[in-house]
Every structure is written in C-alpha cells, then in structure tokens.
Write a protein that binds this ligand. Structure first.
Ligand SMILES: [Zn+2]
Length: 127
C-alpha cells in the first residue's frame, strides 16, 4: 500500500518537475533578467556566498580543475583564443594606452617591458 503511494508521489514529482521546467523555459528571459538584477543589487551578498562556497570546497574545486585540464589540454588554448577574439578591441585599446613614466618617458602597455630595459629608464632607476 505504501509502495503505491510512493509511486504516485514520484509520478507527481516528475510531472511537477516537467511543469516547472516548461514554466521556466516559457519565461526564461524574465528569470534571467531577474537573476542578473539580483546579482547587481546584492553584489556583496553574492560575493560573500561564492567566497564561502569556495573556501568550503576549494580542495574539490582545485582537484576537479587539475583533472579537467589534464584530460582536455586543448581547451586552455581554445579558451585563450576565444577570449582574445571576443575582447580583441578592448585588448588592443589597452595595449595602445600610453603611460607617463617617472623617468620622463612614455610607454604603451605592449612595450612596458622594453621600456623598463631602456637606457633612459635605467638611468632613472640608478639615480
Ligand atoms: Zn621609465
């Protein structure tokens, strides 16, 4: 007798799950906008929650990441390329940004290391 009742409740649960999924899919834009707004208006709370989750599970997360990277070495390169192509304009803009140095010279972020090796900057550091 109890089996029948559990079976019914299981069927009901499955039906309810399907209905909830259909409702979510029908109103997906609304839910996504709500979640986006929630994250913006409760940024501090979300950050704390994520930090607590990370601290509680960081060993599990790190071991998962290590295993994933070992199993999918091509994904790292793909992610880097995807990031570059989707942020190409921002990256190029950032690289071409000119910065005044304490030595009196100027450098772009793309040439920062080269400037730090220059004679002019070397004299400034030595002085
Ligand atoms: Zn300099």
């Amino acid at each position: 007798m109890t089996d029948y009742g559990e079976e019914m409740s299981e069927q009901r649960k499955q039906r309810q799950k399907k209905q909830m999924r259909a409702y979510y899919l029908a109103n997906q834009e609304y839910f996504q906008a709500y979640q986006h707004d929630y994250r913006i208006h409760n940024a501090a709370h979300v950050k704390e929650r994520n930090k607590a989750y990370y601290l509680a599970n960081h060993e599990k997360i790190l071991s998962y990441n290590t295993e994933y990277q070992a199993a999918h070495p091509e994904m790292k390169l793909l992610a880097a390329r995807t990031h570059y192509w989707s942020h190409k304009e921002q990256i190029n803009e950032w690289q071409c940004t000119k910065v005044k140095c304490g030595c009196g010279g100027k450098y772009t972020f793309a040439n920062k290391a080269q400037h730090f090796k220059s004679q002019k900057h070397g004299r400034y550091i030595a002085a």
